[in-house]
Design a protein around this ligand. Sequence first.
Ligand SMILES: Nc1ncnc2c1ncn2[C@@H]1O[C@H](COP(=O)(O)OP(=O)(O)O)[C@@H](O)[C@H]1O
Ligand SMILES: [Mg+2]
Length: 356
Amino acid sequence: MSKEIIKLDNIDVTFRQKKREITAVKDVSIHINQGDIYGIVGYSGAGKSTLVRVINLLQVPTAGTITIDDDVIFDQGKVTLSPAQLREKRRDIGMIFQHFNLMAQMTAAENVAFALKHSGLSKEEKAEKVNRLLELVGLADRAENYPAQLSGGQKQRVAIARALANDPKILISDESTSALDPRTTKQILALLQELNEKLGLTIVLITHEMQIVKDIANRVAVMQDGRLIEEGSVLEIFSHPKEELTQDFIKTATGIDEALVKIYQQGIVQNLPENSLLVQLKYSGASTDTAIVNDLYKFYQVSSNILYGNIEILDHTPVGEMVLILSGEPGNIHRALEAVTEAHVEVTILKGEQPC
Ligand SMILES: Nc1ncnc2c1ncn2[C@@H]1O[C@H](COP(=O)(O)OP(=O)(O)O)[C@@H](O)[C@H]1O
Ligand SMILES: [Mg+2]
């Protein structure tokens, strides 16, 4: 079993302003395994940025316990490290942001080298390391360019190289692709995934887009109004979301909602023929290997008219969704649906009388 490299327990963060108090994070506990790509999703204002700033104590919480790599760094309302120890600890945690935060008057190489200021490396060692880092993020040929001469994706690569300068164990990405177009987003996500695999880097990925979690994360937490409302493996959450907000997020990432709108407009669905049923099937892992549609006909003489079908790979496991019209003898449809349910396919009847 993997070790828990980040442990946040019962974290509260309250901001006191003149007249009012805002509790941005309420009793949140999250444990993140070494090597995870851990997604934290939620709408703007949910408390995501505040929560991740707690990990390196950029934001000191009001209450709770923070344990990083087996060291308790905050407990019972106090930072438990000396300032020197805290500086050391922070080197283990790199961070990247939506707006890159590069220094405009410095070249790409200088921006990366800046993070090595207190590394104790010689000038030559630093130069060598900067080259290696820029190569790692695919920007070796841009070392002498200034941020203004780089595209958004290239700027984020410089920021990633800088965040990795002190060989951190953890990389926090706070909306790091939110300012990028979809194609560049994919490229940056691919780079993060590669760094996770190559360096064993633990990545905490904050985003308001479930699509991003779906693309590269293995676990996910959903936040709303400062609280963690749901947490689990990407596979669990995508196949069995419990909370309404989670379901909303997932719909935006799978496209089934849009498909359903079109499906309901079709004549055949509006006037569903006799002995027919509109159903949605969801299946994952091994169930995607079975020829469901084929078996429905072969064993139950139930014919299927497929209106929508989609298979995604989530954390290396296939997950499928289908919307179909089943037609056949009511008794046969009933038995067929029992059989697919038994094969761990989730059945939802969208329209029509369920035969019994
Ligand atoms: N420094 C601060 N002072 C006061 N309120 C803050 C501060 N930082 C964040 N907040 C408030 O805390 C809540 C959560 O903000 P944030 O963590 O930035 O959410 P998210 O990253 O999910 O958009 C918001 O209501 C925000 O206005
Ligand atoms: Mg934020």
